[in-house]
Write a protein that binds this ligand. Structure first.
Ligand SMILES: CC(C)(COP(=O)(O)OP(=O)(O)OC[C@H]1O[C@@H](n2cnc3c(N)ncnc32)[C@H](O)[C@@H]1OP(=O)(O)O)[C@@H](O)C(=O)NCCC(=O)NCCS
Length: 185
């Protein structure tokens, strides 16, 4: 009976017909046991390069401190993978961020980003970088929102042109940089 009820709730959320309880979603650092779910979510999200499953295992293993997973009753509903730039360790490079379609526009991507930045281990981070494709308004709004909240500069410049990608089908990626910001006391 409990399982049937749970399945019904899951189905409603998948279809976007329920009003999921935001309190039921927990943000945390991922572990290697989450890697397969992140890979599956990357496939479901659309608009992302889906990397090899090994890449998600590695991110959850070696970069968990700068990555986040949002976990709801139905499993992983979002993830954010990021790492510190090797030549500028105070800059967090956001590699991928994805939220299940049924959970979008409820603030989860923004919360995952702020959750990572609020960790004690990330207290020295002063800027965020990412690359975005031209039509990805949601991703642009995510970083613009962070810049506005922190009162930090937002810069967009050429990042990785189409010619860098094999096959000629990958869109160009502009580089977005938020920061540096002044630490809050
Ligand atoms: C990008 C993505 C992660 C955003 O997730 P989300 O949880 O819906 O985002 P949030 O609800 O936190 O919204 C963040 C901001 O984007 C805005 N936004 C969200 N979706 C939007 C859309 N489709 N068009 C325009 N703005 C949008 C929100 O209004 C919010 O802006 P605000 O801070 O000014 O209010 C999600 O759309 C997604 O998974 N897309 C597919 C994968 C992808 O393209 N990832 C990014 C490249 S790695």
């Amino acid at each position: 009976m409990g399982a049937m009820l749970a399945a019904t709730a899951q189905e409603q959320m998948r279809l976007g017909t329920s009003d999921p309880d935001p309190a039921a979603v927990r943000l945390r650092a991922p572990g290697v046991g989450d890697a397969a779910a992140l890979w599956t979510l990357a496939r479901q999200a659309g608009g992302l390069d889906v990397h090899a499953p090994y890449a998600y295992v590695l991110l959850c293993h070696a970069f968990a401190g700068t990555c986040a997973v949002a976990e709801g009753p139905e499993g992983a509903v979002g993830f954010l993978t990021a790492f510190r730039l090797p030549d500028e360790s105070s800059c967090l490079f956001v590699w991928q961020v994805a939220v299940l379609p049924a959970r979008r526009r409820q603030g989860w991507a923004g919360r995952m980003l702020r959750h990572v930045l609020a960790r004690p281990g990330c207290a020295d981070i002063r800027c965020v970088e990412a690359t975005v494709t031209p039509g990805n308004c949601a991703s642009r709004a995510l970083f613009a929102g962070l810049a506005a909240e922190l009162g930090a500069p937002l810069r967009t410049e050429e990042g990785f042109p189409r010619s860098l990608f094999p096959g000629g089908r990958h869109e160009p990626e502009s580089r977005i940089r938020v920061g540096p910001w002044t630490p809050r006391s």
